[in-house]
Design a protein around this ligand. Sequence first.
Ligand code: ADP
Ligand code: MG
Ligand code: ZN
Length: 607
Amino acid sequence: MSRFWKNVLWAITTLLFIAFLFSLFATPAKAPTTLSLSQLVDKINAGQVSQIGVNGNAVSITMKDGSQAVAEKEPESGLSETLKNMNVSSTALAAVNFEVQNQSGWSYWMNLLLPTLLPLIALLVLFWYMFRSARAGANQAFNFGRSNLRLSTFKDRVTFKDVAGLKEAKEELIEVVDFLKNPKKFLDLGARIPRGILLMGPPGTGKTLVARAVAGESNVPFFYISASEFVEMFVGVGASRTRDAFMTAKRAAPSILFIDEIDAVGRQRGAGMGGGNDEREQTLNQILVEMDGFDRDTRVIVLAATNRPDILDPALMRPGRFDRRVVLDLPDLADREAILKIHAQGKVLDPGIDFRKVAARTPGFSGADLANLMNEAALIAAREDKKAITQDNLFNAADKVLLGPERKSRVISPKEKEMTAYHEAGHALVAVALKDADPVQKVSIISRGFAGGYTMKLPAEDRHLKTRAQFLADLAMMMGGYASEKLIFGDVSTGASNDLKQASGLARQLVMKYGMSDLGPVTFGKSEDMVFLGREIGMDRDYSEKVAAEIDAQVRKLLMRAYETAEKALRGHGTALKKIASTLMEKETLEQEDFYAILKPFKIKPI
Ligand code: ADP
Ligand code: MG
Ligand code: ZN
C-alpha cells in the first residue's frame, strides 16, 4: 500500500512540475493586442504594418514600430482576398511583407496538442505504475507453476576461503567447476561430464555454504532452488517447477543447478503412510526424467544437498544421476578451530583467546553450532558490558549452545541443592574412578535448559571408534548420579530420570546394534532411522518373541552392572564424594582444573 501512495505522490509532483513549466512558456511576458480585420485594414492603409504572417486562421502582425498584434481571418477565404474586399489600398498592401507560415509541421501540432497531451501522458504513467504494482501482487498468486529459480542471488559472495575444513568436498567441487570451464579437456579423453553430485552430511555441516562457495568460485550461472519449495499446496506444481528449473538451467548452460534439501522430494517412493505423497513422487520422477534427458555433453551440473541420504530413493543414486557423493562430516578438532576463527572475523576479541581450547570442548558441534557459539559469545560479552569477547564468554557460550541458557533465577531449596550437588558429584567421581571413562571437563549445579545440573565429559580427542569398555564406563558414569543419591540419601529423585533414559537407550544399542552383549555378534532390528518412513512400522522386528525377551534381559543386565560399578566406585571414595559435593554447593561450578585440584589429595586410582 505504501508503494501505491508513493506512486500517487510521485505523479502529483510530476503534474505540478509540468504545470509550472507551462506557466513559464505558455504565458508570454506581454500579450499582443488583438485587432479586428477592419482595424487591420486601417493600419495597413496607414502604412504602419511591416509584416503579416498567416498561420491557419491566425494572423500575426508586426508593426513598423516593432510591436506585435494578432488577428483572425475568416476561415474559408484567403487573407489578401478578404482584405481587398474590405477596401485595402493595393499600394499599401504591396508594402507589406506577406508570409504564409505554414506551420503544419512540428511546432504547430505541438502548440496545439501539448497542452492537452502532457497531462494525459502524466496520467498514463501514473496508471501504468499503479497497474504494475497491482500486477506484481496478482502474479504472486498465479505463478505457482514457475520455479522461483534464483540466479545465485545470495546476498554476500561466499568463496572457498569462507569454508573451513571440508577438504574432500572442496576438492571434488573444484574439479566440477573445472569441468564446466574446460569441458574439452575432459571430453577429449572420453570422460563423461558428471551430472549430479550429492552433498550429504548432518545438518549445519555447511552443505548449503559449500554450494554457495561453488557459485562464488565458478563464473557460470548458478541456480538455486530448495526442494521444499517444489512441494506446495497445489498438486502437480512440483513436477512443472522441476521442468522449469531444469529448462532454465539448460538454457543458461554451462551452469550449475543446486537443489537444496532434496530429501523433501527424494524419499523412497511408495514409502509414505496413507498416501498423500503423490506430489512428491511426481516431482521426484520429473527430476529423474530431466537428468536422464541430459545429452552427453550437456554442460549443466546438478548439485543436491541432503542430511538424510539413507532415505533417498535408490533411483536417484544410479549412474548418470547423482552418481557422485560428497560426504560432509562433523568438523574435527582442527576444523572446529578454523571454523571458530572464520566466524571470529569482525568481532572484537580479547587478545589472549585460545580457540584451540574452545574447539577442544565442543566435540560434536557442527559448523552452524560453532557459528552460533561465536555469536552467543558476543551477545554474552555485550550483556556484561565488556569491550571485547573473553575466553570465558566463549566457554559460557559453548555450554549455552549445548544445554540451553543458564537459569540462575530458578529458586531451589537447600535440600534440593544438596541433592543436585551429590548427584553431579556422583557422575563426576565415577568418571574419575574408571580408567576407560572420559575426563571430566566441567561440573555444575546451575540449571541450564531442562537439566538441573550437568557434568560434562571431554573425549581427549575426536574419536571415530569406541570400544565396549568405553561404553560400559559411559553407562556407569550415567548411573553415577542415581547411585550417589541412593548412597547418600537412601532415596532417589526425579533428577535421575533423564540419565536413566539415556543409559537405557545406549544399553539397547549395545545389544542390538553393536553386538556387545552376551547375545554375541548379531544385530537385531533395522536401523532405527528407518522407522519414521512408515513402511518400516510393524516390520522392523526381524527376530522372534523369545529373542526380544533375551534382548530385554541383556539390556537390564548391562544397566544393573553399570549401576553396581558406579555404586562400588562411589562407596570406595566416600570422602572424595562429600568433598566434591560440598565444593559444588559453595561454588556451583567447577572447571576441569579446579575439579582435579580438589581430587588430588585423595589419590584416586582408576580401575
Ligand atoms: P547445512 O549443511 O545444513 O546446509 P549450512 O551450510 O546452512 O548447513 O551451514 C550453516 C552455517 O554454519 C553456515 O552459514 C556457516 O555460517 C556455518 N558453517 C557450517 N560449516 C562451516 C564451515 N565448514 N566453515 C565455516 N562456516 C561453516
Ligand atoms: Mg542447508
Ligand atoms: Zn545426572
